[in-house]
Design a protein around this ligand. Structure first.
Ligand SMILES: CCC[C@@H]1NC[C@@H](O)[C@H](O)[C@H]1C(=O)O
Length: 599
């Protein structure tokens, strides 16, 4: 669990030097790195781009599929004038677990491949000289880790990832690495909550620093006008006639905290925030007390060459695609995305369901492993898994709590909740996470295909429901799709008859579609069939007023394990992997652009 996860900024007190670029890289199948001194750096590796996954750069299968320990190392210079400050190396993500060394000294380890962590190196670096950072990363999958899976050892002794989930196990330093110089005992966290009325907004803030100093706090509008000020560690900023942050109509204020110690300003942290409230009321999802209907996608951080490495160019294109098609939301399926993704969403007024990598918690997983015929939550790995799970929920909320775009927290994707053994795990998870978000935004998880209203034992936990349903693809497919529609309607009639008065969002539905495959009449995998399946779901959605969102799977085609059910990855994208439209994109654009943007 990290103390603070503020995004790096540069000002008169704070420096941020990105260590992105080419690092030395090598695999360590014999786990000999430490004994060979790689923690002090090495030059006999290959040059590896950071941020990026290592996998798709390679031309040989052993390297692409490599599972086990591997090392990155880079020389970096610490300027003399950094002396007197706290020196940190901040990793945006190291997938899935890392040990950090500086100048040969072990600094820290970290578990979890999709959230940032910071190595505090003040007493280890040499000021005014070159230094070496080395990172040993391991990308094995385990049932007691997130995302869940196994690591097999083949007869030839090589290890192989066996995911219980349907995305490729891209690994490496997938996000930027920052060398930071910040004030000692400076600001390390802040949070805000909001009260909105017709002509006034109140920002309740709290700011954290390792000193008893005082704080000067200000709020400025997009023109740089100071609209409110306050003092103290906790306080209120009252804005008359505020411009609210709305769906697809964003407005960002800048909050600024100045830390004063013994009468002298010693640190400052500024960030962009949006004045808005989120509520669930009956079957409605409300933003600023107004009902919202979610239109958007499940996504993946996935692109050609860099794999899961964050690529600003891809994100810019994806946001433009979502605006073009008339989307107002997405889920960060199935893991926290790079912080810059949420900044894009903040600026564009796009709502985010923010998800931790608690995926694959179901043995007969969609990755066609067949798996064991037992409930995942009966496993003896559950205790160790839970510690990692709540740790990553805690850090996800600590990292993303101040983004106006974050609508809700998704604590799992498609867990097996059909057995009673899941209940204690969920009870603890929803209890332990209840107070992590100062704004108390809704918490949920996606209900997989089998977890219907009369099967799932965990329906009392989520604040609203995310349904992943695949009639027309994984069952009742092709010419049988009419039975698929009947079955879907029958299930929703059960929901309607029940006393459940929470919103339902369809968070996954779709058909694998080969771009360019056309058939009249349609057949599965054709572009025509993908539209017919969407039309079926849309007919159903339009029949039930407690359905408050539609997020087809997926925005774009993406890479998975190879298998007899995957054709170079999952093809359920509405767009291709190189972000070009299939025919379904024009169908959805027509449907979604008929609706008001903030409806
Ligand atoms: C029936 C489960 C469907 C499954 N849901 C989780 C996603 O990560 C997969 O990609 C999707 C699929 O198989 O297309």
């Amino acid at each position: 669990m990290e103390k603070g996860l503020l995004y790096p900024i540069i000002n008169q007190y704070r420096s941020d030097q990105k260590l992105d670029g080419l690092w030395n890289f090598k695999f360590d199948p014999a786990a000999e790195g430490e004994s060979q001194g790689w923690q002090k750096g090495f030059n006999n590796g290959i040059k590896m781009p950071v941020p990026a996954s290592f996998n798709d750069f390679f031309t040989d299968k052993d390297a692409r599929e490599y599972t086990g320990d591997f090392w990155y190392s880079k020389e970096f210079f610490v300027p003399k004038y950094y002396e007197g400050q706290e020196i940190q190396i901040r990793f945006g993500a190291a997938t899935h677990r890392a040990v950090v060394y500086v100048n040969g000294q072990e600094i820290r380890s970290h578990e979890g491949g999709f959230l940032p962590f910071t190595a505090e190196v003040t007493n280890t670096v040499k000021f005014g000289e070159k230094n070496i950072v080395s990172v040993k990363i391991n990308n094995e999958l385990h049932r007691d880790a997130l995302p869940a899976g196994d690591t097999a050892t083949l007869k030839n002794g090589k290890k192989m990832a066996k995911p219980f989930f349907d995305f490729y196990n891209y690994s490496g330093l997938n996000r930027s690495v920052h060398l930071l110089a910040v004030p000692k005992n400076g600001i390390y966290d802040y949070s805000t909550t909001y009260e909105i009325s017709d002509h006034e907004a109140i920002v309740h803030y709290s700011v954290n620093a390792d000193t008893d100093g005082d704080f000067k706090v200000s709020l400025t509008d997009e023109n740089g006008n100071v609209v409110a000020t306050s003092t103290g560690k906790d306080g209120d900023l009252t804005v008359k006639n505020p411009t609210l942050w709305n769906v697809r109509d964003a407005y960002l204020y800048t909050i600024r905290f100045e830390l004063i110690d013994n009468g002298k300003p010693v640190d400052e942290y500024g960030d962009q925030i949006g004045l808005r409230t989120i509520e669930i009321k009956g079957h409605q999802i409300l933003v600023n007390h107004k009902s919202v209907y979610l239109r958007g996608f499940g996504r993946h951080e996935d692109s050609i060459y860099a794999g899961r490495g964050f690529d600003m160019n891809v994100e810019r294109r994806d946001v433009n695609l979502m605006k073009w098609i008339g989307a107002n939301s997405f889920r960060s399926s199935h893991y926290p995305y790079d912080e810059q993704v949420y900044k894009f969403a903040d600026r564009e007024g796009i709502l985010v369901i923010d998800e931790v990598p608690a995926v694959g918690f179901k043995m007969a997983a969609a990755s066609f492993l067949g798996g064991l015929d037992q409930s995942f939550f009966d496993g003896d790995w559950i205790h160790d898994l839970y510690k990692k799970h709540i740790d990553q929920v805690t850090d996800l909320i600590k990292r993303d709590k101040n983004h106006p775009s974050v609508l809700a927290w998704s604590l799992l994707n498609e867990p097996d909740t059909s057995k009673k053994s899941a209940v204690p795990y969920f009870e603890k998870l929803f209890k332990d996470s209840a107070n992590l978000d100062p704004e108390k935004r809704p918490r949920t998880f996606t209900l997989n295909e089998d977890d219907t209203i009369d099967v799932s034992k965990c329906l009392r936990f989520p604040d609203f429901y995310l349904l992943n349903r695949y009639p027309g693809w994984y069952h009742k497919w092709g010419y049988e799709i009419s039975d698929g529609e009947a079955g879907l309607r029958a299930e929703l009639d059960e929901w309607k008859k029940s006393d459940i008065d929470k919103p339902i969002v369809f968070s996954e539905y779709g058909a694998d579609t080969e771009p360019g495959l056309h058939k009249l009449p349609s057949i599965m995998w054709s572009e025509e069939y993908q539209i017919e399946l969407l039309e079926m779901f849309d007919r159903v959605f339009d029949s039930y007023d407690f359905i408050r969102g539609e997020q087809p799977w997926n925005l774009a085609d993406f890479q998975t394990v190879e298998g007899n059910m995957r054709v170079n990855g999952n093809k359920k994208g509405i767009f291709t992997r190189d972000r070009q439209p299939k025919a379904a994109a024009f169908y959805l654009r027509k449907r979604w652009n008929k609706l008001p943007l903030d409806w």
